[in-house]
Design a protein around this ligand. Structure first.
Ligand code: ZN
Length: 240
C-alpha cells in the first residue's frame, strides 16, 4: 500500500491541493498528516477543513498549538505575533478547540508519527543533525518514524547516517531504524520552493520524496491581500 505523508502545510491552500492531487495520481490509498496545518500563509481555515474532512491520522504542530491556544503574544517577535493573531482571528472557536485537542504522537500501521521529536514532543526541538536525532531514537519503538518541523526533507538513520532527501527512491533496510522528515507542503526551507511530501510504499519498503510546482503567485497575492507581513510571501520564492 502507498501512504502519503505530508505536513507543515502552513495554510498554503494551493500547495496542499497540488500535493493531494499528486498523491492520488501516484496511487496513494492512505494519507497521514504530520502537523502545522496553520500559520504563516493565508488559508488556515480552508486547509484545516480539508484535513478534517479527509479524516486521516494527524498530529499537532507547534503552530497548531499556538493557534488553538490563547497564550499572550507579548513575548513573541512582532512579525510572528502579528501573523499568529491574524491566524487566530480566521478560525472559529470550534476549529481552535480541534487544534488544541490534537494528539502529539500516534502510531499508524507499523510506524510512528510526531511533529518534532519523540523524546519531548511538546518542547518542539528541531532535529538538524545526527546528534539531535539520537535523543529521538531512544524513544522510537517502531522501525520508522515520520516527522516534520524543520521543513527540510531528510532521512536520519540510527547510528551516524543522515541523508538529504534522495531524489531516487530510498529503500528501508531490515534491522535499521529511521527518523524521516517528510518535508514541507506549504513553506519548504531547503532552498527549493516546490511543495514537498513523501510516499511510503509499505510492500516494497520504499520511501520517495515528491517535489511539485504549484501556483505560488496566488499564494503570495493572498498573503499580501490579507495584510500579513510581506516577508512571508518573499520567503516562499526563496524556499527558506
Ligand atoms: Zn512548521
Amino acid at each position: 500500500m502507498k501512504i502519503a505523508l505530508f505536513g507543515d502545510i502552513h495554510a498554503n491552500l494551493e500547495a496542499l491541493e497540488t500535493v493531494l492531487a499528486d498523491a492520488k495520481d501516484q496511487g496513494c490509498e492512505s494519507y497521514v498528516c504530520l502537523g502545522d496545518i496553520v500559520g504563516y500563509n493565508a488559508n488556515p481555515s480552508e486547509c484545516l477543513e480539508i484535513i478534517r474532512e479527509m479524516g486521516c491520522p494527524v498530529v499537532k504542530g507547534n503552530h497548531d498549538e499556538d493557534a488553538g491556544g490563547d497564550h499572550s503574544l507579548e513575548m513573541m517577535n512582532p512579525v510572528a505575533a502579528e501573523a499568529l493573531q491574524w491566524t487566530r482571528d480566521q478560525l472559529t472557536d470550534e476549529q481552535r478547540e480541534y487544534l488544541a485537542k490534537m494528539r502529539m504522537v500516534r502510531q499508524v500501521n507499523d510506524f510512528t508519527i510526531v511533529h518534532s521529536t519523540l523524546d519531548q514532543p511538546n518542547i518542539w526541538n528541531y532535529v538538524t543533525n545526527k546528534f539531535d536525532a539520537m535523543s529521538n531514537f531512544s524513544y522510537q519503538f517502531t522501525q520508522v518514524c515520520f516527522h516534520g518541523h524543520t521543513h527540510v526533507p531528510r532521512v536520519f538513520v540510527r547510528g551516524d547516517k543522515v541523508y538529504d532527501a534522495p531524489s531516487e527512491t530510498f529503500i528501508l533496510e531490515e534491522g535499521l531504524k529511521y527518523f524521516i522528515n517528510a518535508g514541507s507542503v506549504g513553506q519548504p526551507r531547503d532552498g527549493d520552493w516546490r511543495a514537498c511530501y513523501s510516499i511510503y510504499d509499505t510492500d516494497k519498503k520504499e520511501i520517495s520524496f515528491r517535489r511539485l510546482e504549484y501556483d505560488i503567485e496566488t499564494t503570495q497575492k493572498k498573503i499580501l491581500a490579507a495584510g500579513l507581513p510581506d516577508a512571508l510571501a518573499k520567503r516562499l520564492t526563496a524556499g527558506r
